[in-house]
Design a protein around this ligand. Structure first.
Ligand SMILES: NC(=O)c1ccc[n+]([C@@H]2O[C@H](COP(=O)([O-])OP(=O)(O)OC[C@H]3O[C@@H](n4cnc5c(N)ncnc54)[C@H](O)[C@@H]3O)[C@@H](O)[C@H]2O)c1
Length: 285
């Protein structure tokens, strides 16, 4: 079987898990063969590329620290995976699509925060006949939401619950004069549309964006942010109502060891998406 040739932008927590899975021993599944071949690695921190490269059995030939001469190395791949930053979506995903390459985007928040970016990506991928994959990331229930949206969804509410320390340094919390360390019981810090939530709580941006894209958009999707001193993990609860009935999903996320801001599930969801690309039978919506 011909292997799908892959280039990865971002050698951090998610990129490392993805590359190890492509290499054949990652993602908690020792026998996984994703049917993919790693062609290049890009990261603005060359030492991160080197650390990751050293840990791989099949080392990619091309390493780069920026998007210079990107067009040249794009000829080497079928799929570009962005797992770097919001800025990297425009910098790398757009040129890849223009070259007719498929793209996977992890920094999905960019599609909510940068006006017109989603529409541009949609237009180019249609013109070029490319696929854009957006894994579910740190949340579950996207499948039900997508199915429900066909029949009509009336409401989507995302409740994010974190220990108060998880909001340390947040400008909105400071401006509101909330003393995080004196919170003794569950306290709601914010309720409002997803569009506003991502501005005030940028750390929530990817989850809010995935849900908005799968469901009823960033204005209609409601977000509630809660600081709970009894919380240990970052919890996301999704409640959706529609013609189909009611959906409720709760995820208690374990943080990634390499980057505590990133949930381990986000990296796993990217690997699961890769598996669905290369495996002929697709289970789930
Ligand atoms: N979809 C989701 O649910 C979800 C969940 C967690 C994280 N994310 C997003 O995925 C991305 C990666 O997360 P992570 O935890 O692996 O981050 P990380 O900080 O561990 O790694 C990101 C790496 O990308 C590199 N990088 C950033 N911008 C770059 C650029 N323009 N060019 C080259 N290299 C660049 C950094 O140097 C870093 O090594 C982030 O944008 C994060 O917000 C998405």
């Amino acid at each position: 079987m011909t292997k799908i040739r892959v280039g990865v932008v971002g050698c951090g927590a998610i990129g490392t898990e993805i590359c190890k899975a492509i290499d054949g021993y990652g993602g908690g599944d020792g026998d996984a063969d994703l049917g993919m071949e790693l062609k290049f690695l890009i990261d603005s921190h060359p030492e991160r590329i080197e650390k990751l490269r050293k840990s791989l059995i099949k080392k990619p030939a091309i390493i780069k620290s920026d998007s210079m001469m990107l067009d040249k190395i794009l000829t080497e791949v079928d799929l570009l995976i962005e797992c770097a930053s919001q800025a990297a979506v425009r910098e790398f995903a757009i040129p890849a699509l223009k070259k007719g390459k498929d793209v996977m985007i992890l920094s999905v928040g960019a599609l909510l925060c940068e006006p017109g970016l989603f529409e541009e990506i949609e237009r180019i991928s249609k013109e070029k006949g490319c696929k854009v994959y957006i894994p579910s990331g740190a949340v579950a229930g996207i499948d039900g939401l997508k199915s429900g949206a066909i029949g009509g969804i009336h409401s989507v509410v995302l409740t994010t619950i974190k220990p108060p320390s998880g909001f340390a340094g947040n400008a909105y919390v400071k401006e509101k004069g909330i003393d995080l360390f004196s919170i003794e019981k569950e306290e709601t810090l914010f309720t409002g549309p997803a569009k506003e939530a991502v501005r005030l709580f940028p750390e929530n941006v990817n989850v809010a964006a995935s849900l908005s894209l799968a469901g009823i958009g960033p204005e209609a999707t409601r977000v509630k942010i809660v600081a709970d001193p009894s919380a240990v993990e970052n919890v996301h609860e999704i409640e959706a109502r529609g013609e189909f009935g009611k959906l409720f999903v709760r995820v208690e996320n374990v943080p990634s060891r390499a980057n505590p801001k990133t949930s381990y599930l986000a990296a796993l969801s990217a690997i699961a998406t890769l598996k669905s690309i290369s495996y002929p039978i697709r289970v789930g919506t």
